[in-house]
Design a protein around this ligand. Structure first.
Ligand SMILES: C[S@@+](CC[C@H](N)C(=O)[O-])C[C@H]1O[C@@H](n2cnc3c(N)ncnc32)[C@H](O)[C@@H]1O
Length: 176
């Protein structure tokens, strides 16, 4: 009997530690590095992809790809989608979902800080991040993105930039 109690306690402690670690990554570390994990709503994801004109042949990147939902929508539309995500749990979860959805060949999910990913080869950059994070990314966009690259931001505009389109708090910018 004592072994069953001991085993249960060990399982509980390990479960609590994993959950706590997940919370630390998802809420605290995500927040400090760019934004905590909050998923974009499905209708917003569809709108982002519509406004960005995402279609076959395009290469798109989601900076902080979370559960991968934006990548799945972009890949269903035929684009090659790259997700950059620091949270190991979300990387693992979204890779499994991509495989289950049969989209693995259209999607690459890297466990990487998005500040260090070069943006020179992408046609569209999708973001749902804190305004301060976008302030930091603004120079990177200008330095690295090709002319014509679209930046699509859910919820927060980029300070000092004029959007070429805006609908329901989705903002579209083009590098000119
Ligand atoms: C608000 S969520 C957006 C998730 C997804 N893009 C969406 O719209 O549903 C922001 C995500 O960015 C990730 N993140 C924050 N800072 C990051 C960084 N410096 N590099 C990579 N990912 C980061 C967080 O872990 C979180 O999953």
């Amino acid at each position: 009997m004592i072994y069953i109690y001991l085993f249960s306690i060990i399982v509980l402690v390990i479960g609590a530690a994993v959950f706590l670690w997940f919370l630390v990554w998802t809420v605290i570390i995500g927040d400090i590095r760019g934004a905590p994990f909050v998923a974009s709503r499905r209708d917003k994801i569809r709108l982002m992809c519509d406004l960005a004109g995402i279609r076959s042949g395009l290469r798109v990147v989601d900076l902080g790809s979370g559960d991968g939902a934006i990548l799945f929508e972009a890949a269903r539309r035929g684009a090659d989608a790259i997700g950059l995500e620091i949270n190991p749990f979300l990387v693992w979860f979204s890779r499994i979902r991509a495989k289950r959805l049969g989209l693995r060949d259209k999607i690459t999910i890297l466990r990487q800080d998005f500040y260090s990913y070069p943006l020179g080869e992408v046609d569209a950059v999708l973001v749902y991040l804190w305004p301060e994070t976008m302030d930091r990314l603004r120079d990177k966009f200008l330095r690295e993105c090709r002319l014509g690259t679209k930046i699509i931001s859910n919820a927060f505009p980029i300070k000092g930039w004029r959007a070429i389109m805006e609908k329901d708090d989705v903002f579209v910018y083009e590098i000119k």
